[in-house]
Design a protein around this ligand. Sequence first.
Ligand SMILES: Cc1cc2nc3c(=O)[nH]c(=O)nc-3n(C[C@H](O)[C@H](O)[C@H](O)COP(=O)(O)O)c2cc1C
Length: 415
Amino acid sequence: MVAKRRVLLIVSGGIAAYKCLDLVRRLGERGFAVRTVMTKAAERFVTPLSFGALTNERVFTDLFDLDEEREIGHIRLARDTDLIVVAPATADIIAKMAGGHANDLATAVLLATDKPVLVAPAMNPRMWANPATQRNVRQLRADGIHFVGPASGEMAERGEAGTGRLVEVPELIEAIERLAMPESAAQSGALAGRHVLITAGPTHEPIDPVRYIANRSSGKQGYEIAAAAAQLGARVTLVSGPVTLTPPPGVETIRVVTAAEMLEAVSKALPADIGVFAAAVADWRLAQPKPEKIKKSAGGAAPTFKLAENPDILRTVATRQTDRPTLIVGFAAETEDVLAHAKKKLKSKGADWIVANDVSPETGIMGGDHNTVHLVTAAGVENWPNMSKCDVAARLVERIAQHLDQLRPKRTAAE
Ligand SMILES: Cc1cc2nc3c(=O)[nH]c(=O)nc-3n(C[C@H](O)[C@H](O)[C@H](O)COP(=O)(O)O)c2cc1C
C-alpha cells in the first residue's frame, strides 16, 4: 500500500488565507493527510473550525497549549510530516523565518523541522518589493527553503496590481506534489539504489594568491538537481565549485575550487549510474599562476598571461573505458546559436543528453531563479517553457528516472 503523503500547512495572517480552505479540500481529494497550524493573525481571517472541518483533524494554534505539548508538541508536529507548506506566507512570517525566530507555534515548528519547507508568499506588491522582504527571501532560499510564487496581477486592495498575489491553488498543489515525498517512497523512489553524480557552480582559477579567473555561475540549477535526485531516493554526490548555497539535505557535497580539483573529485566519486555535469567549468587557467601577489609597477605595462586549457570533465567522463555512467547529461550555456552549439556538444563530448540554455545577460538566467532550457538528445530537441530552476530540476530527474526504467534490469553502481 502506498503511504499517505503528509502535509503540515501553516496559515499566516494574510487576506489570501481563505484560498487555503480550497487548498486543503483539494489536497484531501488527492489523498494527502493535512494538518493545519494557524498563527494568531490567521485566525482573524479564517476560523480554525473551517480548517478543522475540511481536514478532519484538530487545528493547532498555541505553542503553550499543555495538552498539545503532552500529546503532540511542536517538535512532533515539525517531524511527523513529509512537507511543511506556509501558505499564505506573510511578510512577517518570512522575516521571522529568516531571523530564526520561534515565538509562536508556527515559527517554533518551522525552526524545529528537518523536512522540506515550501513557502507561498502573499502580500501587497510594495511589501514584496521592499528590500527587507527581498533580503529575507534570499536568505531563506540560501537556507534551502523552496518558494512558489508570488504571482502577478490584481491585488485584493482595489486598484492595486503587481507581484505579490498567492499563486493559484493548482500551481500550489503542483509544487506540493513535487516536494511531498514520503520517507518510505524516497527509499523505494524512482531513483532508489542509483548513484547520481552532479557537478555545479563555477570554478576559480588562480592568477596569484589573491586573484582568480571566474564566471557568473551561481550553482543554483545544479543544487536543485541534486535536491530533486535525492528526493527520488538516489544516493547523490554533488561536486561543487565555490558558491554561497547551502547543500541540499541528504546529499554528499564535496567542495572544490579549480577545474583540476573538480575532475579529481568527480573521478574519485565514480562509479555512478548517472552523471549530470551542470558546473560552469572554466575553459582556461593560467599556465603558471604566480606564487606571490603581482605588483602594479608605476607607469609599467599591464601584465600579460599565458593561458592553458583546462581538463574537459564532461568529455573525460563520457569517454571513459570503464566506469562510464549509464546516462551522461551535460549542460551547454551559450549566448548565441544555443541549439546549434548544443547539438555539436552532444556529439563532440560523447554525452547522452545536453541541457542547453541561453545565458545572455538579458535572460537573467545566470544567477537567477528561473531557466528556459532545451533538452537535446539523439532523438531530437525538446523546448521546455520558462520554469523555476526547481521545476527544471524536478522535470529533468523525472525524465532521467523514466529513461533508466526503460533500460531495465536495474543495475546499481555498487554491484
Ligand atoms: C486586512 C489585513 C490584511 C492583511 N493582509 C496581509 C497580506 O496579504 N500579507 C501580509 O504579509 N500581511 C498582511 N497583513 C498584515 C499581517 O496580518 C500582519 O503582519 C501580522 O502580524 C502577520 O502575522 P503572522 O505572520 O504571525 O500571521 C494584513 C493585515 C490586515 C489587517
